[in-house]
Design a protein around this ligand. Structure first.
Ligand code: IDP
Ligand code: MG
Length: 143
């Protein structure tokens, strides 16, 4: 069981000024912030990040959405991080998300759903490396 996951506060939530409230939910749930930045993704970066969804009908809209404004990637640490964080954010579609979850509270719809969460330990490592260099992770390390 791994202890790291990648969260992203997506552009819709940043536009709605929800960064603070979402981070509060995350830290109240016991996650530690290991690295964080605010960044406007290029099409190449967003397209690469969501490469696994390339064949899906919503891929182009997803890349457009993720590049529509700044987002806030956050490397998180907690025991059982991937599973616990996915439980905290709720289902992809906010209509299906459990009460009190971040997506239930803050997501507009299945496409613009406020936050990202890694789906496995392996992908968490890949996704953290997508946004944070080894140097950044070491220099900014918070124990
Ligand atoms: P996840 O974010 O809950 O892991 P994924 O299936 O990995 O969900 O999809 C990645 C992202 O693509 C979603 O968070 C959402 O922004 C978008 N997405 C997923 N399914 C749909 C859909 O059916 N229509 C439009 N956008 C979608
Ligand atoms: Mg996913």
């Amino acid at each position: 069981m791994g202890n790291k996951t990648l969260a992203i506060i997506k552009p819709d939530a940043v536009r709605k000024n929800l960064v603070g409230q979402i981070i509060a939910k995350i830290t109240e749930a016991g996650f530690k912030i290991k690295a964080m930045k605010m960044v406007r993704l290029t099409k190449e970066s967003a397209g690469g990040f969501y490469e696994v969804h390339k064949a899906r009908p919503f891929y182009n809209d997803l890349v457009e959405y993720m590049t529509s404004g700044p987002c806030v990637p956050i490397a998180l640490e907690k025991e059982n991080a991937v599973e616990d964080y996915r439980k905290l954010i709720g289902a992809t579609d906010p209509d299906q998300a459990a009460p009190g979850t971040i997506r239930k509270l803050y997501a507009a719809n299945k496409a613009e759903n406020a936050v990202h969460g890694s789906d496995s330990d392996e992908n968490a490592a890949i996704e953290i490396a997508h946004f944070f260099s080894r140097k950044e992770l070491l220099e900014n390390y918070v124990d």
